[in-house]
Structures are given as structure tokens and as C-alpha cells.
Design a protein around this ligand. Structure first.
Ligand code: ACO
Length: 331
């Protein structure tokens, strides 16, 4: 059996947070944010909306586009760093409950912005080892719940949203995911970190005072490693598979920062038309950013059957990953 990328869907909450809105909250400016990141707006979930609510809406779209019912799914994998609940239950279990399915494996994975590619790698392995037939993978984030809106170095970057995909079994090699590479380097653990409220520093008055349950980032240092790693990673996977960059129909990188995307695209000598950029609209939605960008491409009618996608992500851990994936809807 091979694993095929059958469908994509996404969900974006309705509240828009503009750069001008942020100017009223922290000492920043539309000019700084635009110049340094390319971000103009990001979307923020309602108070009563949780990560699984975003994920379930994206999942419904992906299921419909794959012509599947929720009960046709054999497994749910959710990548997130902003789960509904601290520790348990998993957001994947909450999504399963909300989709009305039970008695299937459902679990979360934590690989920050690389989460969607990690989930894709796991889904592919389960399918290729004949353990599963149709797997729902979801990248869902309510990052506004873990962003410190008094810290201008992070709060301007992140947004909420979810993306989902159905990965299905096929005997047709033409439809199959070509290759996936995932990796990490924990030596950089403190470059992107929520320092408090884990077992290392349990929740206390001190962690609350220090805002330690919110994301902290060494932005500039992360930027440099991100550009180098993302570039090397895609060069490696393309070379390994003997694929020239001009054969890629859509380069869909994790949407962290326009400058990072631009630097990687230039290093790969990609044409503007090959590169999918949504960061200006959604900001950084971590594990959701790749399927959200892919969904926009699909809804614009630009993602066609057989199109070759190159995915590339980098995030906290550090973790990173790339994948070469043909778009293979079943109908
Ligand atoms: N508004 C105005 N000024 C600001 C802001 C802001 N929002 N944020 C920082 N500054 C200031 C800094 O204080 C600094 O001032 P100083 O020179 O007086 O000290 C100056 O701007 C420059 O700060 P840098 O951090 O050097 O700015 P940089 O150009 O590196 O841009 C950014 C910052 C956008 C965060 C960039 O470094 C970046 O995108 N980093 C990578 C992010 C990334 O890829 N993360 C991985 C994925 S995320 C995940 O896994 C969850």
C-alpha cells in the first residue's frame, strides 16, 4: 500500500486582528511589522472557541472534499502546541468526540510549526504498514491562548486557525507521497519555549508573575537557523529524489515570516508563481499554516490533480521537516 494526499480543508476564526489594532496594545507599528515579517492581519478565535473547535471545522471540509463520512476515518492525528487541555485529554480525542466518532486511535503530536509534516509522516507510515486506510491529520492552533499580549516581540507574529487533510491508502504508486524528511535538534530547546507550567517548572504564582506559560522566542537567532535549515532541508530532499526545483508546482512552506520564505525561495531559484504565501493574511499559525496555505491554493482553483507540492517547515524544538507530495484526490 502507498499513502495518497486525498483532500485538504481549513477553518479561520472570524475576528481579525490588524497591525493597527496591535499598535494600540503594545509599542509597535504597522511599518515595523510589515517590513520585518510581511504580516498585515491574523485571525483570533472567540473566548469560547477552543483548538478542537477550529480543528473540527477544518476536518469537516477535508472529509467532504474526500467524499468520506467521519465514520470512514480509521485514525485522527492532531498536531498542536495549543491543546484544549493541559496534558489530557488530547485535542484529537476532542475532535473525534465532536465529529461523533469513537473506537479509533486519536492522539496529538507536539512538533511546533513542523507538526503537520510530522503528522503526515506518521499517517504515511501507518498506511504503508497496512495498519490504517483513511487517516485524518489536523494542524490546529489557538495560539492567542499562549501568546503574551504584553510582549511585542511575539504577539505581533501569531494567529489562530486550523487545517486538515485526509491521507488515504492507494495501490497506485503515481498517487503516492514521494518522500518525507523529519528531524530535530533539542540543543536549541530554549530558542522557542513556553518556560513554565510543565513538569520542569509547574504552575505557581511565580510562573504567573513571570508570564512563563506564554511563548518566548529568541527571534533573531531563530531566524538565522530557520533560513539555513529550511534551505538545506529542501535541497536535500529534492536531490535525494532526483527532482529539479522547476518540476515543483507549488512550494508551500511554513508561514512564519515573509523574509524567511523569500530567502528560501531565492536560494532554491523558485519562480514567484511556484511559492505559496499567506503569512500576510494569517500570520504564523504554527502547525496549521501549511494546510491553511494549501487550502487557499485549492479554493483559488490553483491546486490540480497530480500537482507536485513541496512542503517545508521549521519550528520550536527545534524541529523541521520537508515533503514531496502529489495532490491525489480520489474522485
Ligand atoms: N515592534 C517594534 N519593534 C520591535 C518589535 C515590534 N513588534 N519586536 C521587536 N522590536 C525591536 C527589538 O526590540 C529590537 O530593538 P533594538 O534594536 O532597539 O534592540 C529591534 O526591533 C530588532 O529586533 P530583532 O529581534 O533583531 O528583529 P528581527 O529583524 O530579527 O525580526 C522577528 C524579529 C520578526 C521575530 C524575526 O526574527 C523572525 O521572524 N524570527 C523567526 C521566527 C520563526 O521562524 N520562528 C519559528 C517558527 S515559530 C514556532 O515554532 C511556534
Amino acid at each position: 500500500m502507498y499513502a495518497a494526499f486525498r483532500s485538504v480543508g481549513s477553518y479561520v476564526p472570524k475576528n481579525v486582528l490588524t497591525n493597527e489594532d496591535l499598535e494600540k496594545i503594545v509599542d509597535t507599528s504597522d511599518e515595523w511589522i510589515t517590513k520585518r515579517t510581511g504580516i498585515k492581519t491574523r485571525y483570533i478565535a472567540d473566548k469560547e472557541e477552543s483548538t478542537s473547535d477550529l480543528g473540527v471545522e477544518a476536518a469537516k471540509v477535508a472529509l467532504k472534499r474526500a467524499s468520506l463520512r467521519a465514520e470512514d476515518i480509521n485514525m485522527i492525528i492532531c498536531a498542536t502546541i495549543s491543546p484544549d487541555y493541559f496534558c489530557m485529554p488530547s485535542t484529537a480525542c476532542m475532535i473525534a468526540k465532536k465529529l461523533g466518532v469513537s473506537n479509533i486511535p486519536a492522539f496529538d503530536i507536539s512538533a511546533a510549526c513542523s507538526g503537520f509534516i510530522y503528522a503526515l509522516a506518521m499517517a504515511r507510515s501507518f498506511i504503508e504498514s497496512n495498519m490504517s486506510k483513511n487517516i485524518l491529520i489536523i494542524g490546529a492552533e489557538k495560539l492567542s491562548a499562549i501568546v503574551d499580549y504584553s510582549d511585542r516581540t511575539t504577539c505581533v507574529l501569531f494567529g489562530d486557525g486550523a487545517g486538515a487533510a485526509v491521507i488515504g491508502a492507494t495501490k497506485n504508486k503515481e498517487e503516492a507521497i514521494v518522500d518525507i524528511n523529519i528531524s530535530s535538534d533539542g540543543n536549541y530547546y530554549d530558542y522557542l519555549i513556553t518556560p513554565g507550567c510543565g513538569s520542569n517548572k509547574p504552575c505557581s504564582e511565580e510562573t504567573l508573575e513571570e508570564h512563563a506559560c506564554f511563548m518566548k522566542m529568541k527571534g533573531n537567532e531563530t531566524f538565522k537557523v530557520a533560513v539555513k535549515t529550511l534551505t538545506n532541508d529542501v535541497i536535500e530532499i529534492l536531490e535525494k529524489n532526483g527532482i529539479e526545483s522547476e518540476k515543483i508546482d507549488h512550494f508551500i512552506p511554513h508561514q512564519a515570516n515573509y523574509r524567511i520564505l523569500n530567502a528560501v525561495a531565492q536560494a532554491l531559484k523558485l519562480k514567484e508563481s511556484q511559492v505559496v504565501i499567506t503569512v500576510s493574511k494569517y500570520g504564523n499559525t504554527s502547525s496549521a499554516s501549511i494546510p491553511m496555505a494549501m487550502n487557499d491554493l485549492y479554493e483559488e482553483g490553483k491546486l490540480k490533480v497530480g500537482d507536485l507540492m513541496l512542503l517545508d517547515a521549521f519550528g520550536g524544538g527545534f524541529t523541521w521537516g520537508s515533503a514531496i507530495v502529489p495532490f491525489s484526490p480520489s474522485n
